[in-house]
Design a protein around this ligand. Structure first.
Ligand SMILES: *[C@@H]1O[C@H](CO)[C@@H](O)[C@H](O)[C@H]1NC(C)=O
Ligand SMILES: *[C@@H]1O[C@H](CO)[C@@H](O)[C@H](O)[C@H]1NC(C)=O
Ligand SMILES: *[C@@H]1O[C@H](CO)[C@@H](O)[C@H](O)[C@H]1NC(C)=O
Length: 386
């Protein structure tokens, strides 16, 4: 009995322990699931945190709603509209570029942002710039007051270091033929590129054979305080002046309106826009001014003189020596560069500045051979002021 009871007891206790065990198992099972689930959750969380950091680290752009919103924000700020790109290279062709550059704000001379007017120095060159070291010194310390644009032959790639003022300043170009419309087209291309920067107010055309005759501050003041733009423009008799006019240019251009001037100009923003936006005179000159009518000597002086005769100084700021006979001016090399020679260049001819007689008539000079660089660098601090 006792045994039976014992057995019974045992069975009871056994079944009770079974029951307890079963109860325990039931409690343990969800705990395991929870653990596995938690582990899985932590793993997923870990992976997502790591991948977010990877995306940031590798700068992978994904189109999540937040980036879409910030992209919209960027497009609607004024800064993103007025800020010029770091590189002047672009993928617009000439029609696209001129159209884009010819746009003008209707609110003129009143900017809703701090604008420091700059001078755009536009270099129309074949290939390298032999006087780059001289220009580097000229520009040094005047950042924010100038921009540089280089129009070289299409197959030329410059190798300026990132510390150079010429670094990444080469614009998309086309071949240029001397004395033909492609020359004016290159100048329009330079102007159009420079117009894309809203802070460019004055535009100077230079060649690889040009040098500055004064320090940057002097030139900036001279240009910015002038009432007139410096475009050579004269009504010249004879075969090289009126003789190049064709009556086919009428009625847009009459003989009495025909002008001649040096290709090397300095103009303000208004005139730059006028030149890139011109379609009327452009057609006439392209068709009827062909060699021996050298279009680069007539197109801009004539088309600006017709509507704006009273805003041009009618003289160029770039000295050139035409005293030697021939179609090309004199070139100066190493042996020509003396203190006396450089000193007299700015006042090589008498002139008016803001309607007053002036001692300084030229700010730039050409043509110089690469051999002139060394003596120029040596004399620049004393004679040229930089
Ligand atoms: C520029 O591209 C546009 C569009 O492809 C074309 O219509 C136009 O003729 C092109 N202009 C030049 C000068 O190539
Ligand atoms: C570039 O092209 C011009 C003609 O357009 C040619 O005279 C010159 O040799 C070329 N230069 C190079 C580096 O290919
Ligand atoms: C420039 O020439 C035009 C005629 O083409 C004349 O009307 C204007 O007064 C001249 N400008 C200056 C500053 O003398």
């Amino acid at each position: 009995m006792g045994m039976e009871e014992g057995v019974k007891d045992n069975t009871v206790s056994a079944s009770a322990s079974n029951l307890r065990h079963a109860n325990q198992s039931r409690a343990v099972f969800p705990m395991r699931v929870l653990q596995v689930f938690l582990l899985f959750f932590v793993l997923v969380l870990g992976i997502s945190v790591v991948s977010i950091h990877m995306i940031k680290y590798l700068k992978i752009q994904t189109l999540s709603p937040t980036t879409l919103i910030s992209a919209c924000d960027e497009r609607t700020t004024l800064e993103s509209f007025i800020k010029p790109p770091l590189s002047v290279w672009h993928s617009m062709n000439d029609s696209e570029l001129l159209w884009r550059a010819s746009m003008v704000p209707r609110i003129y001379n009143k900017y809703p942002f701090k604008r420091v007017p700059k001078i755009a120095f536009m270099f129309l060159t074949k290939a390298p710039l032999p006087f780059a070291p001289l220009w580097e010194r000229f520009f040094k310390g005047h950042e924010g007051f100038y921009s540089i644009y280089v129009h070289a032959l299409p197959n030329y790639t410059s190798d300026f270091s990132s510390s150079s003022v010429f670094y990444r300043r080469q614009i998309p170009s086309q071949p240029v033929a001397w004395g033909e419309m492609s020359m004016c087209e290159a100048e329009r291309r330079l102007l159009a590129n420079a117009l894309l920067d809203f802070s460019n107010e004055w535009f100077v055309l230079l060649s690889e054979a040009c040098i500055p005759l004064r320090g940057f501050e002097f030139i900036y003041n001279y240009v910015s305080r002038s009432r007139y733009s410096f475009m050579g423009s004269v009504d010249e008799d004879g075969p090289h002046g009126r003789g190049r006019y064709s009556y086919a240019m009428g009625p847009e251009v009459r003989l009495s309106q025909w002008r001649k001037g040096s290709q090397w100009f300095e103009i303000n923003r208004l005139f730059a826009i006028e030149i890139v936006g011109d379609v009327i005179y452009y057609r006439k000159f392209k068709e009827f001014c062909r060699p021996p009518c050298y279009v680069d000597e007539h197109y801009f002086p004539t088309m600006l003189s017709i509507p704006y005769p009273n805003f041009l100084a009618n003289r160029t700021l770039t000295w050139t020596d035409w005293s030697r006979a021939g179609a090309h001016p004199a070139t100066f090399g190493k042996d020509d560069i003396t203190e006396r020679f450089l000193e007299k260049l700015p006042r090589a001819q008498s002139c008016f500045y803001n309607d007053q007689p002036s001692q300084v008539c030229y700010l730039f000079a050409r043509k110089f051979a690469p051999s002139a660089l060394e003596p120029l660098l040596k004399l620049a601090p004393k004679i040229l002021g930089f």
